[in-house]
Ligand binder design. Structure first.
Ligand code: DAK
Length: 271
């Protein structure tokens, strides 16, 4: 992959979105949050566009991996406080933004978050809906909702606790304190911390590696790992076994195993 920037590539990619940018590079789709003037605050319009774009890439057979990123200063500084400030319980319930967020939760293709700068509140929750997180050394994480009189509302209390355990998660959510990329790495919240200049290249390298695999196997592997959160060990093991057996009806399984025996790289077609 050349060091071409996303911006350069996007000049040839026309999109109708106002708050995000999208581009494809072969089998990799890149979605960039783009409201820099408010540090990519996640308002309803942006979240709707994000869910639309993610779903479109999920249905696009040429795309195998999605990278979700923001700007250098902010991945996203949370849900848009100005949009929410005067809402009531009823209006929040009627607006039902969680339904939009859920559309991202159900994306079947792997999503790699490439995070630089602020990833706070809903921004941190958004990256926790991704499957792999690469962070720049300047990334800053946190669940600061407690500072504005609310609590995390898009999965923070649940997903952060599953990753960090009760005590560390409790401290982060009750104090609202931000934490660095290094701490996030030590806590197991991010896969890798890299200099900001190579953040996207690192995400691309991971995406390129995953894009070479059988998309069917990748899809079932993602589904099986996520089942850990919802099933008992016994149910999860049964789900895994059935998914494993299912793959033996695919051309990719035959191709993968034959390629191994013939000592050549496999060419997976997703069939
Ligand atoms: N919302 C709206 N605008 C924001 C924003 C936000 N979250 N974060 C920053 N901005 C805006 C600022 O207002 C400012 O705009 P202007 O005043 O210039 O018009 C601009 O971005 C630059 O920000 P600052 O001037 O504040 O920049 P600083 O470098 O001084 O500070 C900061 C950066 C990130 C530390 C600070 O902006 C900050 O503390 N931001 C708020 C962080 C925060 O509290 N985030 C959590 C929000 S609550 C749900 C889904 C999601 C959620 C809940 C439910 N459902 C589906 C049910 C999520 C909730 C949240 O995320």
């Amino acid at each position: 992959m050349t060091a071409k920037t996303i911006e350069e590539k996007e000049m040839s990619t026309a999109t109708a979105y106002k708050n995000i940018r999208t581009a494809t590079e072969g089998a990799i789709a890149i979605v960039t949050l783009n409201r820099p003037q408010v540090l990519n605050a996640l308002n309803t319009e942006l979240m709707t566009e994000l869910a639309d774009a993610m779903q479109a890439f999920d249905h696009d057979e040429h795309v195998r991996v999605i990278i979700l990123t923001g700007g250098e200063r902010a991945f996203a500084a949370g849900a848009d406080i100005k949009e929410m400030a005067e809402e009531s319980t009823v209006s929040m319930m009627l607006r039902d933004n969680l339904a939009i967020w859920d559309r991202i939760r159900f994306i079947k293709k792997p999503i790699i978050a490439a995070v630089s700068g602020f990833a706070l509140g809903g921004g941190c929750e958004l990256l926790m809906m991704c499957d792999i997180v690469v962070a720049s050394e300047t990334a800053q994480f946190g669940q600061p909702e407690i500072n504005i009189g609310v609590i995390p509302g898009a999965g923070g209390t649940q997903r952060l606790t599953r990753v960090l355990g009760k005590y560390r998660s409790m401290e982060i959510i009750l104090t609202g304190r931000p934490f660095s990329a290094k701490e996030a790495f030590d806590l197991g919240l991010v896969n890798k911390v890299v200099p900001v200049e190579v953040l996207l290249d690192e995400a691309r390298a991971m995406a390129t590696e995953i894009a070479k695999k059988s998309p069917l196997a990748v899809r079932l592997a993602k589904e099986a790992v996520l089942k850990t959160y919802e099933m008992t060990l016994n149910e999860g093991l049964q789900f895994e076994r059935k998914s494993f057996y299912m793959l033996f009806d695919s051309k990719d399984q035959k191709e993968g195993m034959r390629a191994f025996m013939e000592k050549r790289p496999a060419n997976f077609t997703g069939r």
